[in-house]
Design a protein around this ligand. Structure first.
Ligand code: ADP
Ligand code: ZN
Length: 376
């Protein structure tokens, strides 16, 4: 069956051809209950362990495990982590690895991440280290993880010094995306994930932006066909970038940071206390990247206005829910990178779907733009 024929039947397969590995992303409604047969087709052994969090375990662990057992898998006791970003630490990483070893998983066994980005990141890192690397499977259950963190092989935990500072590039054997699980995802998490979907449209796909402009309500309300389409287009976009630049060694993968330099700065200023989710910060950052591009005369002001209007229409934030000054934002945007002669690298846009990496954005201009935006 071709990818488009499969899409009509509510199933879509996107291949990721990374330099280190090639694997499929299977997208559709009800994929979770067919997980067993899909995994049996790609895994060398029939022993596996599921890593998940308490919320997802309560909702989906049973149906998922049943499907695996029916396909002949012998499952170790699952590792059920506390939900939330704080879980992405070294002590939980050790806990996962030692649970696997204590239950005698071997090199043919698989570690399966069933959950959002937190679970995928830490379980993937554990899989990369366990006996120097065992089979890994991603079953992302948040929109953000489905369109972004589960694709591309980045795994990590957080350290005292910052987020995701210890990790590995480690590709899964397969990614299973069930659009039905998004029905239980809180609306706020759904909108946060949508910001990453919008990002792909804004990077290089103006036709996808037009589609989203007409269909964001269907996507956000969980319409299965609209969601499958939006997720498939997003995964395909990310897969293309990963195929060209798996380890972020060229400028290509940097394009995925559209909205992120502004967004990460706001996220950090919020102190990661739950007032501003990553995706929410990215949404604001997309608006700022377009606003700044327009202020610089790089992008037509109408395009920047359209992005801002789309964010509002979709119910995304366009400014943070706490006060920030322009100087604070700029300081965080600089990060630890030493500014070279007042220039910084930003992803900017010449219009909708026309993002590019600007290595010489002027810090003074960024500051003036932020001052105008924040009134500080
Ligand atoms: P992200 O994927 O955005 O990085 P997390 O892994 O922290 O985020 O997941 C966000 C929250 O959503 C967590 O509390 C997690 O337990 C919960 N969650 C994940 N998937 C689902 C789902 N399908 N239904 C309900 N809650 C979910
Ligand atoms: Zn992001």
């Amino acid at each position: 069956m071709t990818a488009s024929a499969a899409e009509e039947q509510g199933r879509c397969v996107v291949n990721v051809a990374a330099a280190s590995a090639s694997y499929d992303i299977i997208i559709g409604a009800g994929v979770l209950a067919q997980a067993g047969e899909k995994l049996a087709a790609v895994l060398p052994g029939r022993r596996a362990i599921v890593v998940t969090d308490e919320n997802v375990a309560g909702l989906y662990l049973q149906v998922f495990s049943q499907s695996l057992r029916a396909a002949g898998f012998s499952l170790a006791d699952p590792v059920i982590l506390p939900p939330g970003e704080e879980t992405k630490n070294f002590s939980q990483l050790q806990h996962i690895i030692e649970s696997c070893l204590a239950q005698k998983l071997d090199r043919k066994s698989a570690v399966i991440a069933l959950g959002g980005g937190v679970v995928g990141d830490i379980a993937g890192f554990a899989a990369s280290m366990l006996m120097r690397g065992v089979n890994f499977v991603q079953v992302p259950t948040t929109l953000l993880a489905q369109v972004d963190s589960s694709v591309g092989g980045k795994t990590a935990v957080n350290t005292k010094q910052g987020k995701n500072l210890a990790g590995a590039f480690y590709q899964p054997k397969i990614v299973l995306i069930d659009t039905e699980v998004l029905k239980t995802l809180p609306a706020r998490e759904m909108k946060a994930g949508y910001a990453e979907v919008l990002k792909y449209a804004l990077i290089n796909d103006p036709a996808f932006f037009e589609w989203l402009d007409g269909n964001h309500a269907a996507v956000l309300s969980g319409d299965a066909a609209a969601l499958s389409h939006a997720i498939a287009v997003s995964c395909r976009a990310k897969a293309e970038v990963v195929a060209a630049d798996e380890r972020e060694e060229k400028d290509i993968r940097a394009l995925l940071n559209l909205g992120h330099t502004f967004g990460h700065a706001l996220e950090a200023l919020g102190g990661y206390d739950g007032r501003l989710l990553h995706g929410e910060a990215v949404g604001i950052g997309l608006g700022l990247a377009y606003g700044f591009s327009a202020a610089q005369g790089i992008c037509p002001p109408e395009d920047a206005a359209r992005v801002e209007r789309h964010l509002s229409d979709a119910g995304l934030m366009t400014s943070p829910p706490f006060a920030v000054t322009a100087a604070q934002v700029l300081e965080k945007m600089r990060g630890d990178k030493k500014a070279s002669e007042g220039k910084m690298t930003l992803v900017l846009a010449k219009g909708i779907g026309q993002a590019f990496v600007a290595k010489d954005a002027d810090e003074g201009a960024v500051l003036a733009f932020l001052q105008a935006r924040t009134g500080t």
